[in-house]
Design a protein around this ligand. Sequence first.
Ligand SMILES: Nc1ncnc2c1ncn2[C@@H]1O[C@H](COP(=O)(O)OP(=O)(O)OP(=O)(O)O)[C@@H](O)[C@H]1O
Ligand SMILES: [Mg+2]
Length: 311
Amino acid sequence: MSERKKLVEVEDLTVQFGSKRHPFTAVDKVSFHIYQGETFGLVGESGSGKTTIGRSLIRIHPTSGGRVLFDGKQINGKISKELDREVTRRIQMIFQDPMSSLNERAKVDYIVSEGLFAQGHQHLSAQERQEKVAKALSDVGLLPEFASRFPHEFSGGQRQRIGIARALVMEPDFIIADEPISALDVSIRAQVLNLLSKLQRERDLTYLFIAHDLSVVRFICNRIAVIHKGRIVELADSEELFLHPLHPYTRALLSAIPQPDPIAERNKVLLVYDPACHHYSAENPAKWQEVVPGHFVLASDEEMAEYQKQF
Ligand SMILES: Nc1ncnc2c1ncn2[C@@H]1O[C@H](COP(=O)(O)OP(=O)(O)OP(=O)(O)O)[C@@H](O)[C@H]1O
Ligand SMILES: [Mg+2]
């Protein structure tokens, strides 16, 4: 089998906020890679660092340590203008809240085509630009005539489609979808997910899909990383993670998923994660370890021995 191409490689990524004297580490030595064409899930509770990771990959947040490689080239820290322009086009982000992420005073036409101007596409004629916008709108299932309207004229689902069109118009390779359906009505969530997977199939897109709930990512992600307080605690193929969750935090997240069967739901035991359960020390430190091929967990050697018994 040929080696799968790693489009995104993240090594020991660290992101800090606050002052030099009192830094707050929001992302702590996180490592993972994303294969070309896959959907990689990043799941964890509020404040765990998911958006910060997304925003560092897209170069909104400066990184404090580690490396981010995109298509083989380092893109964090100081990079050339050409490379900056290249990644600004090739990496796009879709935001959680379509109600606040669109400029209310701009027409859809401007919102969708704004990125093209930043990319030096000023030479585009008004007609070429209109055509690109019309194409992007129809690709996301909206009518081309919506271009002349304002965001407030649209529903949440339509607004999220506008956000997706704004990303697509750039013809990206990699899209960071930061909780793209959390703010939407349950009835239209599936439509937006289906749209994202259709676009992925048609264009060989690679997704980083951020969510705080494991049930959302189960069926759309090839692999899933679970993050807790800025550290990835477990990473595996989706099915593997659901079948053999190892880290107590992953198990707690899984136990919180609602069960369709009312009896199972009533009898379900909610696990609570207590970080004190680990007993890490200088002699017994937590390390990023591979339990079986492709299944990684943050664990001490003692814990690893326990985990390995489960296979
Ligand atoms: N610009 C900033 N300045 C200071 N602290 C920040 C900044 N952005 C994020 N943080 C802090 O970093 C931590 C991680 O935040 P982040 O937004 O990445 O979490 P998240 O996992 O995306 O959460 P949510 O599910 O609520 O979106 C939080 O403690 C947050 O308060
Ligand atoms: Mg977030």
